[in-house]
Write a protein that binds this ligand. Structure first.
Ligand SMILES: NC(=O)c1ccc[n+]([C@@H]2O[C@H](COP(=O)([O-])OP(=O)(O)OC[C@H]3O[C@@H](n4cnc5c(N)ncnc54)[C@H](OP(=O)(O)O)[C@@H]3O)[C@@H](O)[C@H]2O)c1
Length: 270
């Protein structure tokens, strides 16, 4: 088997780092990225500079890889972060910033690397979406929206590029123990009217993340997807059973009943 080269965005920490280490150990040629590779230690694979919010940074990376004659067989769009706050209090700049990384960051990478994959005769694109892209999270509304946006984008992309032998997969993780919780940002102003509910839900989210699954299960699934040749699923929901069951439960109960159940769970009305 030829050694496949895998490019993983956001590989300095958390899910991206574990995927990179796992694939590296299994003989893939792994290239990770970070906005600031010099600040990252204890990494067993090359870490390249990339800010997915910058057109210039993305095109510099493409040119650098082309100049080095590096082939990319698999692109894993994983970089992302959470920005929390009541939706009413988000400034437009804050809302755009969330989308700039989580949604347009993926669009930027896909636009830059699709021509490369097409010229090579095919490839694989894997994206770290979220269960928040399937279930709306109160006080993480723009995070959820950025991940919901990915769902529609990837569904269309998958069909557009299949004729070019490019396979697109979407992973929807539940809660995982990573740097995500510490790296989550809070918007500049939280109106006191929302404060109690906001703090209460944020505490619940943090608790679930800190007790979440370990990303190795995502890495294992991704390795299988890279090697996959036959049929595919539109999404791969991964995480602890009590969380992933939410997706089939939503389908079974219907959107309205499921939302009412979630409001009871989150004690929204109290
Ligand atoms: N943890 C969870 O429970 C969970 C659940 C569902 C989905 N996810 C998704 O999983 C992905 C990875 O998150 P994680 O949990 O592993 O969090 P993490 O430990 O905070 O890692 C986030 C990674 O994204 C990179 N990143 C952030 N902004 C970037 C930018 N503008 N350009 C390039 N890289 C950037 C960071 O790299 P640098 O700071 O070094 O640039 C870091 O490597 C995200 O898309 C997140 O939404 C996480």
């Amino acid at each position: 088997m030829d050694t496949k080269t895998v490019l993983i965005t956001g590989a300095s920490s958390g899910i991206g780092k574990i995927i990179a280490e796992y694939l590296n150990e299994r003989g893939y040629s792994v290239l990770g990225t970070s906005r600031n590779p010099a600040s990252v230690s204890d990494i067993s694979f090359p870490l390249l500079t990339l800010d997915v919010t910058s057109d210039e940074s993305v095109s510099q990376l493409v040119h650098q890889l082309e100049a080095d004659g590096t082939r990319v067989d698999v692109l894993i769009n994983n970089a992302g972060y959470g920005l929390a706050g009541p939706l009413e209090n988000f400034t437009m700049d804050e809302a755009r910033a969330q989308f700039e990384t989580n949604f347009f960051g993926v669009v930027r990478m896909v636009n830059a690397f699709l021509p490369v994959l097409r010229r090579q005769g095919g490839g694989v694109i894997i994206n770290t979406g979220s269960m928040a892209g399937l279930i709306g999270l109160p006080f993480q509304g723009h995070y959820s929206a950025s991940k919901y946006a990915l769902e529609g984008y990837l569904a269309a992309l998958r069909m557009e590029v299949l004729p070019f032998n490019i396979r697109v997969f979407n992973i929807n993780p539940g809660d995982f123990r990573t740097g995500f919780t510490a790296n989550r940002r809070i918007i500049g102003t939280v109106d006191p009217i929302y404060r109690r509910k906001f703090d209460q839900l944020l505490t619940m989210y943090e608790h679930d993340e800190n007790n979440g699954a370990y990303p190795i299960i995502i890495a294992r699934k991704i390795e299988k997807l890279i090697r996959k040749t036959g049929g595919y699923k539109v999404r791969y929901v991964i995480g602890k059973f009590d969380q992933v069951v939410g997706v089939p439960l939503k389908r079974l109960l219907g959107d309205t009943l499921f939302e009412q159940l979630m409001m009871m769970f989150w004690k929204i009305k109290k």
